[in-house]
Design a protein around this ligand. Structure first.
Ligand code: HEM
Length: 454
């Protein structure tokens, strides 16, 4: 009997000499990668300039990808472009086991008792934001959701002191830091371009602000319940305390991982709901039911708002903010009789995988009920829905993000009716986090029906 050997991964047709598939990828990466899946199935190879890439698609392939050890599929090599933003000595600048230890400090700050407080703060921030809108008008939804999620993240993750300075400097510095996350920065993160110089200045401003707040806390003995304080009190296994620079870097890591992604998913949720008035009525019925007794938002009630949860999950499926997760292959990886060689960039794409008709019925349709029993489409496989990643790098903020999105839309749907173009806009693939093309104006008008909140 002939010995079966692993074969090469099939290559997507249409690559050019030198450029490979860069042109198609630049135009619309998801359409190109979906073609790869249609033509070749679970594994397909393509080239981005000199880089050989392999896409893993489908729940079983995701499982292999997310379970591969760090020594085989490495995240650190790929995310080096974040080092000038997050800083030296943290996250992707350190060995994976140190990064684990650093992120591990934050788990206590995400436990249920903290989430109860966060739910209240999220509700307060969303209500303040709604107050600021008055009775009717028009907003650019992506911009509005960005503002609101910066305020929520500052308050819950960074602390009240940063929140107090959001409008007097922090938001601007953060914005300049975000601009440092550009395509050029992915390849040449240290190139002294104006955007990179402004990124480096902004980082120094943010770190100065965080350091001042930490000194004030140490001087006054204040110990608020937030991520910053959790990190100030944490100790590495060898007993060492974190430096102010490490604390700032970890806070920036979490902020970058969690804020823009949340803003974008909040935006997609609003845009999809514009075209689904009967589903909005269902969400409102559920809110009336839920808050009739308590009249106040809280963690328990938010968790039970399943109709709203299904809508958010459907937006995670249709519009995952991170469309590509990437690892560098350090040791050859075998899957389904194929070998992915060392040196390749291995990818999974939530945006491609969430529209597989074998997994999600009628996948192009916005249908939140697909997550309700008996269909439970996302439960067929634990890696059917991967908008928050999987395996050891899975998102640590998923529950925080869901809570936040639900708090925002609970407040906004209670207060306002929204109207605007019901055609869902095309995604803008030009940014790391995939939102809709902007601006996207939406009209709002205060509802005449009494609020469910007292
Ligand atoms: C809608 C909002 C969010 C989305 C869609 C999202 C998505 C993701 C995804 C896909 C990953 C895996 C990346 C990879 O495998 O390369 C990830 C990792 C991560 N997320 Fe989130 N995230 C969101 C919100 C948050 C929030 C609110 C926080 C913090 C409170 C957070 C903190 C993190 C961190 C620290 C990691 C890195 C984990 C690691 O590498 O070990 N995320 N996120």
């Amino acid at each position: 009997m002939a010995l079966q050997t692993a074969q090469d991964v099939p290559e997507l047709a249409g690559g050019w000499p030198l450029l490979g598939h860069l042109r198609d990828f630049g135009r619309n990466p998801i359409s190109m990668l979906s073609r790869g899946w249609r033509e070749h199935g679970e594994l397909v190879r393509f080239r981005l300039g000199p880089k050989d890439c392999v896409l893993f698609t489908g729940p079983e392939a995701h499982d292999a990808y997310f379970r591969a050890p760090e020594e085989q599929l490495d995240a650190k090599a790929v995310y080096q472009f974040t080092v000038p933003i997050f800083g030296r000595g943290v996250a992707y600048d350190v060995a994976p086991e140190i990064m684990d230890e650093q992120l591990g400090f934050l788990y206590p700050a995400l436990r249920d008792s903290a989430m109860r407080r966060f739910a209240r703060l999220m509700f307060e921030e969303a209500s303040l934001f709604a107050d600021g809108l008055g009775d009717e008008g028009e907003i650019d939804l992506p911009r509005a959701m960005n503002e609101l999620t910066v305020r929520i993240a500052s308050r819950c993750l960074l602390g009240q002191e940063v929140r107090d300075q959001v409008d007097t400097g922090f938001a601007d510095a953060y914005h300049d830091l975000q601009n440092g996350l550009n395509t050029l920065g992915f390849f040449l993160p240290r190139l002294p371009t104006p955007a990179h110089r402004s990124r480096d200045r902004a980082r120094r401003r943010v770190v100065d602000l965080f350091s001042r707040i930490m000194s004030d806390r140490r001087r006054s003995g204040a110990r608020p319940d937030d991520f910053m304080q959790t990190l100030m009190e944490a100790r590495y296994r060898d007993g060492r305390a974190l430096t102010d620079d490490e604390i700032s870097g970890i806070l920036l890591t979490v902020l970058f991982a969690g804020q823009h992604t949340s803003a974008v998913l909040a935006t997609w949720t609003g845009l999809e709901l514009l075209g689904a008035p009967s589903y909005v009525a269902r969400i409102r019925d559920e809110m009336r039911e839920m808050y009739r007794e308590t009249g106040a938002v809280g963690l328990a009630a938010l968790k039970q708002q399943v109709a709203l949860e299904y809508a958010v999950r459907e937006c995670e499926r249709l519009h995952p903010p991170l469309i590509l997760l990437i690892r560098k292959v350090l040791q050859p990886m075998e899957y389904a009789g194929r070998t992915v060689p060392a040196g390749t960039l291995a990818m999974v794409s939530p945006a491609v995988s969430h529209r597989l008709p074998e997994v999600f019925a009628d996948p192009e349709r916005f249908a939140p009920e697909r997550f309700a029993p008996p269909a439970n489409e996302d439960r067929q496989h634990h890696y059917a829905l991967i908008g928050f990643g999987g395996g050891k790098h899975r998102c640590m903020g998923k529950h925080f993000a869901y809570l936040q999105l639900k708090a925002i839309w609970t407040v906004l749907l209670d207060r306002f009716d929204f109207s605007g173009d019901t055609e869902v806009p095309a995604p803008d693939y030009g940014s790391w986090v995939t939102g809709p093309e902007t601006p996207r104006n939406v009209r709002y008008r205060r509802r005449t029906e009494a609020s469910v909140f007292r």
